[in-house]
Design a protein around this ligand. Structure first.
Ligand code: NAD
Length: 457
């Protein structure tokens, strides 16, 4: 049997080895899921909801140890692990409260003997290939509404969050979801690729553009619903009428929270020249208070870089920015090991010739660019192949509205950042992907709308 070795990115130490899947086990489990799915779809929604309610209760009961597991395998600071699990509870409540109405059969026309109805039927067997950075959030955004709407789920957690993936499976099974209906598949890219070979009815992917593009290519001729939630290069513009200190404190957190390893981390900051220097000073002051250290410790804010290869991406962006004239204000180098560590890094005097302002950094590093007008800011914000989120800081609501209306991003923020709500759809423009999760659309997306034309006479 194959095994997956799981390391602690904060120390490099081996945590454990877990049994891994291979082509044969993936095929066998996929066949079992297909056989089991119709029975699950026939279970009344109230009973499927009862399973998710018990899953929620089990998370609450085990929250501390689940947070510790996530911290150990991803290097996420423990407070942020707890925040993720506590935040998840609201998402579960949203799905529990909204699924009935979202998938109820709708009569949309009735005239004489003619009735037209929309029925939401489950897709069938849904595959979920997931990321490590918010494994509970991004996993449950798919798993929970997919199960509630009657699908079987083949779930491939990231190899960097496999213990969390196994914990999700254990708790779902304990809550009454049959083993064949929710199936974890353990391993790296090869197991994900084997999963795509199976007869599936939907593929929901969260991860990088590079992998997403490979998946889109592999699925090209398959008529299977495909959703890709990919990366971003999320911009924020701080207007001349904003309070520089308040904006700096909010945006430093938006850029560095989760060690910058969030799909909606603030990745580019544009500041009006009138307040640029005050903003930069306050930003640097705030980042200086962010303590790097043992992710298990309560006062740690900067944790480990989860994937070692990302250190090279950060090194290259720093070298490129320096070579092209950026001003390094803080950090700019790896922190001593063992484990994968990068110092919180702040550059000013950056421009769009630099990879720092073009490619996803996915680490605790940020570029701040001076602009002289709202028009220039909008132009720069839209100068990207991505489009996940974008924000504006100003006390002026109509100015914010006018600016954000021009920005190509799935989510826009006024005086806030790095925020996800279960009530709102999560989607992106351009290379940030296709499809969506969350909101009532993110429940219906796991169903096929079947159109009924009914003439009674
Ligand atoms: P990744 O693309 O490296 O891996 C994602 C998943 O794909 C993993 O489970 C991996 O094992 C699997 N995989 C790798 N190669 C594969 C292949 N050839 N076939 C099938 N599966 C394969 O991404 P990651 O490092 O886990 O996550 C970080 C990325 O995810 C960042 O770009 C981040 O912005 C993005 N992300 C996006 C969102 C969103 O909602 N848009 C949320 C979280 C993370």
């Amino acid at each position: 049997m194959h095994h997956l070795s799981i390391h602690n990115p904060a120390t490099g130490a081996l945590i454990t080895q877990v049994p891994a899947d291979d082509d044969a086990s993936v095929a066998a489990k996929a066949a079992q899921a297909r056989a089991a799915q119709p029975r699950w779809a026939a279970v009344p929604l109230a009973e499927r909801k009862a399973c998710i309610s018990r899953f929620r209760a089990a998370i609450v009961a085990e929250l501390e140890s689940l947070a510790a597991t996530m911290t150990r395998e991803t290097g996420k600071p423990i407070k942020m692990s707890r925040n993720e699990l506590n935040g998840l509870l609201g998402r579960l409540d949203f799905f529990l409260n909204e699924t009935d109405a979202s998938i109820a059969t709708q009569t949309v026309f009735q005239d004489g003997g003619m009735i037209e109805q929309i029925e939401h039927i489950p897709l069938g067997v849904v595959a979920n290939i997931s990321a490590w950075n918010y494994p509970w959030f991004v996993g449950c955004n798919v798993i929970v509404p997919a199960l509630l709407t009657g699908n079987a789920v083949l779930y491939k957690p990231s190899e960097y969050a496999a213990l969390t993936g196994l914990a999700i499976a254990r708790l779902l099974h304990g809550a009454g979801v049959p083993q064949e209906v929710f199936v974890p598949l353990i391993g790296g890219g090869a197991v994900g690729a084997a999963l795509m070979e199976q007869q599936i009815d939907g593929l929901f992917f969260t991860g990088s553009y590079a992998t997403g593009a490979r998946i889109a290519q592999a699925m090209g001729t398959r008529m299977v619903k495909l959703q890709l939630e990919l990366g971003g290069k999320d911009p924020t513009y701080v207007c001349d009428d904003a309070d520089p200190k308040t904006a700096a404190e909010s945006l430093a957190d938006g850029a560095m929270y989760n060690t910058g390893q969030s799909c909606c981390s603030v990745e580019r900051i544009y500041v009006h020249e009138k307040i640029h220097d005050a903003f930069v000073a306050a930003f640097v002051d705030t980042v200086k208070t962010f303590r790097a250290g043992d992710p298990a410790s309560e006062d740690t804010y900067i944790g480990a870089i989860t994937r070692a290869p990302q250190l090279e991406v950060l090194d290259a962006q720093v070298a490129d920015a320096k070579a092209k004239g950026a001003r390094l204000l803080l950090g700019g180098e790896r922190l001593p090991g063992p484990g994968n560590w990068y110092a919180p890094t702040v550059f000013s005097n950056v421009d769009h010739t630099m990879t720092l302002m073009q490619e996803e950094s996915f680490g605790p590093i940020i570029g701040i660019q001076k602009v002289s007008s709202d028009e220039e800011a909008v132009k720069l914000m839209n100068d990207t192949r991505y489009g996940l989120t974008a924000g504006v800081y100003t006390p002026d609501a109509s100015r914010a509205q006018a600016l954000l209306a021009q920005v190509n991003a799935g989510s826009v923020y006024w005086n806030c950042c790095d925020r996800v709500s279960p009530r709102l759809p999560w989607s992106g423009y351009g290379d940030s992907g296709v499809g969506l999760t969350l909101s009532t659309y993110g429940i219906q997306t796991f169903t096929r709308p079947k159109a009924w034309h009914l003439r009674s006479v």
